[in-house]
Ligand binder design. Sequence first.
Ligand code: G3D
Length: 180
Amino acid sequence: MGLFDKLAGWLGLKKKEVNVLCLGLDNSGKTTIINQLKPFNAQTQDIVPTIGFSIEKFKTSSLSFTVFDMSGQGRYRNLWEHYYKEGQAIIFVVDSGDKLRMVVAKEELDTLLNHPDIKHRRIPLLFFANKMDVRDALSSVKVSQLLCLEKIKDKPWHICASDAVKGEGLLEGLCDMKKP
Ligand code: G3D
């Protein structure tokens, strides 16, 4: 079973289409992860490059992904928040080698979780503590502590260390995830 099937399985295929938001700071590894998840026949739909802000969307028969950076672009926030309503699952990617920006990642996560379109929904969250291969990378436990994930009580969540370049940890992340 491929990664993509796993993800589809985890999300359940009762709904016709499930839209997954893949979020995180720039350079955390979102594109690399998504490319690993993407089946060969996935169509990249709209790559919408606007000045300073771009969203990638792609879609297969049952899943669609919306991927964007949340960093350095506060002024584009209302553009990306527009996508929250239609998201039914969130993959939040953190660079576990980037200790300096962990606090920024946490701020973005907190802002996301407090958003009216997310706050009261039992939307499942899958965290990847990515770049586990880099020297001195923080463990998934440490990343979880720094992001205060234990405080998330009203949504199913799971964190997994990953090396997106080698494709390691992604399958484990999806397998360990509880069905929403
Ligand atoms: P983004 O889409 O979140 O901005 P990318 O991030 O997927 O473009 O990844 C940013 C850089 O980190 C890329 O390197 C990519 O190869 C690298 N990267 C992604 N995941 C991992 C990982 O798990 N381990 C390591 N060591 N590197 C990773 P370049 O050099 O292309 O900028």
